[in-house]
Design a protein around this ligand. Structure first.
Ligand SMILES: C[S@@+](CC[C@H](N)C(=O)[O-])C[C@H]1O[C@@H](n2cnc3c(N)ncnc32)[C@H](O)[C@@H]1O
Length: 683
């Protein structure tokens, strides 16, 4: 999808008017073009493409707003309402002009120390609120950022003293000693009475002596820091596949002419095994999360660090800001892009370009051909490196099946992007220099963007977080979208409506775990959001054909398995204990204790199996209790045990089995990104 259906914007009208102005002859000529670069060049030369005024458009800083928020924060801090103070100081930090680059020069010229120090003071004030909230890690980060951005020298001793106490508390004694030394040094600049200065000097020297003589005191007057553990990424079951480092050794990639590349089990896989862990090649945060999550790593920003120029985006740390080259390109045109109403997938295609400099793409130019040889992925002996641009570039994009209308629509989006990129530093002087002329370099980049737009349609994944209504409760919990990303290895998995894996995220890293048995040689499918338990076959097939362009022939589709709500536990598919063939049994009408296999003639003990099923019911109840108490490790092991037990005697679909899978998936989702819903405060 090119436009975001929930967010109207001007692109729709722009595309419509360019299409209307295109004559039949022009469109016929366009339809005959063979390469993406030719398509972009052709459309960029249509006069109607330039009937749009593209201007840099973004939300800047506001000294006044920053001052207002800081003052409001100070009032809350004075009333010991640290949480509210944190919120207000954060707003001040985001709005305060950052003394760097062009702005910094301006300030220096007008030499207004108040302006110059505002950002640093807002950060320092926030560090005090964080200190009281015992968010020590964030507190240290704010202190460092303030010290790097012109914090007034007469107050510096205070910040270093705060830092020293924090470091000491976090048992980082060398850093604590250094910070005490700095506090002592900057005390010389402090404006205070002589007696007070001597008193402080004595105190600092006392601490320093303890550090320098090795007599470090374990605890100062603040309690243990509440450092939240980051979610753990599990290790791949049996280690990683040598050729596909993001896959477990139990999974390999195969190819055939009908299905393209797909994942297959190279060993028997049981429920609960970790099959994939992978970082994305590129990722993009949903617009709705800009105010709460880091643009780079998608973590919730408790004490956000802003962009130095705009007030639209946040980072969790100065490190993430530093690593976000994409934003330096996107910053001046961000609101323009948002206003166009383009979809999240379009943003992802655009981000895949802006995250690397122009020179990166120009260096690869000779290696980029538009033909794909997907069979090479399965047959090659080269390591499949998911950070390699060529792996991303060679994902499936079905160009040969696209209609001219589809190509035209996407190419107009690319023309809009090129016009916007011309207003940024992206082309590093290699552009045409004119807004309605296209240079060779620009046409090459346009061609790339057109390809990204095509392949992202089939290969993007939604990145999510698990929303809990309150801490440690799974009631009313649900998975919610955070953004989108491209995982070059996970994108090689084909779909089945009978899910085989649960997918969750720690930050932007994806993890998948098996939720059922997969025998050696069988397909290891992904689920493209069309599970047979909750959507009927015709709708699933229609949506898959519409979005992914294939007809699903999975077992759930072929046998038209019932929806979860229509499943019952009376008609069951038992497994023959000898040859594993299906024994269809209706538990209400089958009165014999055994059933004979039509394939091998073996008698299977049905009563025994039914007894086993009663046991699994008990185990499931036990797992639910553990989930209620939020004992997730225990719940996970009981659910995995149950799935394994059910797998030994039954074939799906089976109500209890899918119920257990659902519960297991919930427990897994809790191991990734979690967010506690904050109740809306009535105004
Ligand atoms: C994310 S890609 C999967 C990997 C792809 N097969 C490849 O060779 O790169 C999605 C595309 O794979 C194909 N595909 C996925 N699941 C399929 C299935 N169950 N049957 C046939 N083709 C499938 C479709 O062409 C779809 O557009």
């Amino acid at each position: 999808m090119i436009e975001d259906v929930d967010r109207p914007g001007f692109f729709k009208d722009y595309h419509r008017s360019v299409r209307k102005a295109t004559t039949n002859d022009q469109f016929n000529e366009f339809s005959k073009l063979k390469t993406d670069e030719e398509r972009v060049r052709f459309c960029f030369n249509l006069p109607a493409v330039h009937d749009i005024d593209i201007k840099p458009f973004f939300k800047g800083k506001s000294e006044k707003e920053a001052l207002d928020k800081k003052e409001a924060g100070n009032r809350c801090f004075g009333r010991k309402n640290n949480l509210e103070a944190l919120k207000l100081y954060s707003q001040a930090v985001v709005k305060a002009p950052v003394p760097s680059g062009k702005y910094w020069k301006l300030i220096k010229e007008c030499a207004d120390p108040k302006k110059m120090t505002l950002y640093a003071i807002c950060l320092a004030n926030r560090s005090a609120a964080l200190y009281h909230l015992r968010e020590y890690r964030y507190c240290v980060k704010d202190i460092d950022e303030a010290l790097e951005h012109h914090y007034p020298r007469e107050l510096k001793y205070k910040l270093f003293k705060r830092k020293a106490r924090l470091m000491s508390h976090m048992k980082q004694h060398i850093e604590a000693r250094d910070a005490f030394r700095q506090a002592l040094k900057w005390l010389d600049w402090a404006k205070m009475e002589r007696e007070k200065r001597i008193e402080l000097q004595t105190e600092l020297q006392k601490w320093l002596k303890l550090y320098e003589t090795g007599k470090v005191v374990k605890n100062l007057d603040i309690p243990e820091s509440l450092i939240e553990p980051s979610p753990m990424v599990p290790v791949l079951t049996d280690g990683s596949n040598e050729l596909f480092p993001s896959l477990s050794k139990k999974v390999e990639i195969c190819y055939d002419n009908n299905m393209g590349r797909f994942a297959v089990a190279s060993e028997d896989i049981e429920p609960g095994e970790t099959l994939v862990t992978e970082l994305p090649y590129s990722s993009i945060l949903n617009r709705e999360e800009y105010g709460s999550h880091c643009q780079k790593c998608f973590k919730i920003t408790k004490a956000p660090i802003p962009c130095k120029k705009c007030s639209s985006v946040l980072f969790c740390s100065a490190e993430c800001r530093q690593a976000s080259l994409f934003h330096t390109i996107e910053c001046p045109i961000l609101d323009l892009l948002v206003g166009s109403g383009m979809s999240i997938n379009c943003f992802l295609a655009f981000r895949t370009l802006t995250q690397s400099p122009l020179s990166f793409f120009l260096n690869l130019r000779d290696k980029l051909t538009e033909e794909n040889h997907p069979e090479e992925t399965a047959n090659s002996k080269e390591v499949y490196d998911p950070t390699d641009f060529l792996r991303f570039y060679r994902l499936v994009c079905h160009s040969q099946h696209r209609t001219p209308e589809d190509f035209f629509h996407r190419t107009i989006m690319v023309c809009f992007w090129l016009k916007a990129l011309k207003k940024t530093k992206f082309f590093e002087g290699k552009g045409s220099g004119s807004s309605d002329k296209i240079s060779d370099v620009e046409a090459f980049i346009g061609g790339l963007l057109l390809r990204f737009l095509q392949l992202i349609q089939f290969n993007a994944h939604e990145v999510s977080e698990f929303m809990l209504k309150a801490p440690k409760t799974l009631d009313e919990s649900k998975n919610e979208s955070l953004g989108a990303a491209i995982y070059p290895t996970l994108a090689l998995f084909n779909h089945s409506c009978h899910s085989a894996q649960v997918r969750y995220f720690t930050g932007i890293q994806v993890v998948t775990k098996s939720i059922r048995n997969i025998k050696k040689g069988e397909l290891v499918p992904e689920n493209y959001g069309q599970s047979f338990t909750c959507k009927d076959r015709s709708n699933r097939r229609m949506e898959l054909a519409d979005r992914y362009w294939f007809e699903c022939k999975c077992e759930a589709c072929q046998n038209d398995w019932p929806l979860y709500k229509n499943m019952n536990n009376t008609s069951m598919k038992f497994k023959c204990t000898k040859c594993q063939a299906i024994l269809p049994i209706n538990s209400e009408t089958h009165l014999m204790p055994v059933a004979k296999c039509e394939k091998c003639g073996e008698q299977t003990n049905i009563m025994g199996t039914l007894k086993n099923l009663q046991n699994t019911e008990q185990t499931f109840k036990g797992a639910c209790k553990e989930m209620e108490a939020f004992n997730l490790e225990k719940a996970e092991s009981l659910l995995v045990e149950n799935l394994k037990q059910l797998e030994t005697c039954l074939y799906p679909p089976y109500r209890d089995y899918h119920l257990t899978q659902e519960a297991y998936m919930k427990v897994c989702l809790c191991q990734g990104n979690i967010r506690i819903k904050t109740p809306k405060v009535e105004e």
